[in-house]
Design a protein around this ligand. Structure first.
Ligand SMILES: [Zn+2]
Ligand SMILES: [Zn+2]
Ligand SMILES: [Zn+2]
Length: 161
């Protein structure tokens, strides 16, 4: 995935400015732990869960509690910088969306790979539905779960005997 935003600005990154503004507005502090989490969340351009982020923090030689990771991920989602996905009954997955184009997902139930796609027809459907219900969209979530081309669907369960 390629970043649309410029990362060459000196000093604070754009996402850090936005996050700091959001924290301030909500009476929260931009603590060193939150700085680390934000940096790592924006360093990976993949989908990750809280456990993977915890491991990334460790690999970076930093110390942040799991509770802080969960809490900060919640705040990042509220701030609109990060999206949370519950593709299946496993842990929620996250991805930073600031700097990326809007996209939808395909999730493989077998290998758990995630594929991203966009389709202009979905935008048309959204516009038409919102028009019909006089609804102002803020976000949407559309994903397809199933089996990717590498994985074959499991056999149908045996009928009860
Ligand atoms: Zn990115
Ligand atoms: Zn698969
Ligand atoms: Zn994605």
């Amino acid at each position: 995935m390629r970043h649309a935003s410029s990362r060459t600005l000196p000093g604070m990154s754009k996402e850090a400015e936005i996050f700091q503004g959001f924290l301030r507005k909500n009476g929260l502090k931009f603590t060193p732990e939150r700085v680390i989490i934000l940096r790592l969340v924006f360093e990976t351009h993949e989908h990750f869960d809280a456990e993977e982020l915890f491991m990334a923090v460790r690999r970076a030689g930093e110390r942040v509690s799991k509770a802080t990771i969960y809490r900060t991920l919640d705040i990042l989602v509220e701030s609109g910088l990060v999206r949370r996905h519950t593709f299946d009954d496993r842990q929620a997955r996250y991805e930073h969306i600031f700097g990326h184009k809007y996209h939808e997902h395909l999730h493989c139930l077998s290998c758990h790979r995630i594929f991203e796609f966009t389709h202009e027809d979905l935008d048309r459907i959204q516009a038409s539905v919102c028009e019909r219900y006089k609804f102002t969209p803020a976000s949407r979530s559309f994903f397809i779960s199933g089996y990717c081309s590498r994985c074959s669907p499991p056999p149908l369960p045996h009928p009860e005997t």
